[in-house]
Design a protein around this ligand. Structure first.
Ligand code: MN
Length: 228
């Protein structure tokens, strides 16, 4: 047994529908993967290479728990996303092999301090404090890959206080799930337990305390949180 000098931190995990926990190693996120969202953020969505950032694994917020409004922002945005969970990995994974590494899916919210992220973009600084803060990744129950046999289509939607704020379809992804896994594996070696937030469609907007966020991806399930 390893002689840790302090108690080791717990392994982050996401509950699986039907029982069990999916243990999380790393959380990757894709930027600008829906053309209409890229446009609303002031970018040209022509197929430039996908880009990635990370959230800490323990930023995931599970069990439909309330999300505390984070410090250091007055512009907390929601980004509704399909999350892919890997059961295996590797480097330089071919697009044709990518889906064989998928264990399952979940609905996730890439919560963003938009003002902090905007300042970082302007100054050429890292995005971490805009994207990777505590509780910044509410995530629903994980479902096995068989729940979404064709992840190239399916409705993705977010309601805030019962009103539809984001509504699109997975067919609108610029980089498919397979292409995203393949591309990312050319930058880092992927491993079992890695999860990937695959990008948000248009309609991102600010949330305030008291808002109830309910996201849905067809075949995958839901994610729910209240901002408190
Ligand atoms: Mn995002």
């Amino acid at each position: 047994m390893t002689n840790y000098v302090i108690t080791p931190p717990p392994v982050a995990s996401v509950p699986v529908a039907g029982g069990g926990e999916f243990p999380v190693r790393r959380v990757y996120c894709v930027g600008r993967n829906y053309a209409a969202h890229a446009r609303e953020m002031g970018h040209d969505p022509d197929r430039e290479a996908p880009f990635f950032f990370c959230k800490p694994a323990d930023a995931l917020l599970t069990g439909d728990a309330d999300m505390p409004y984070p410090p250091g922002t007055s512009d907390l945005h929601h980004e509704m996303e399909l999350v892919v969970a890997l059961k295996s990995g590797g480097a330089n994974i071919a697009v044709e092999d990518a889906m064989s590494h998928v264990w399952g899916y979940a609905c996730g919210l890439d919560m963003t301090r938009r003002d902090v992220q905007g300042e970082a973009k302007k100054l050429g600084r890292p995005w971490d404090m805009g994207k990777g803060f505590d509780h910044s990744g509410p995530i629903g129950m994980m479902v096995p890959a068989s729940a979404l046999p064709d992840p190239t289509k399916g409705k993705i939607e977010l309601k805030v206080n019962g009103q539809v704020r984001q509504s699109s379809d997975l067919s609108m992804l610029i980089w498919s799930i397979a292409e995203t896994i393949s591309y990312l594996s050319g930058l880092v070696t992927l491993e079992a337990g890695d999860v990937i937030f695959t990008g948000t469609p248009e309609g991102v907007a600010a949330c305030v305390k008291g808002d109830v966020l309910e996201g849905f991806v067809e075949g995958v399930g839901t994610v729910k949180t209240k901002i408190v």
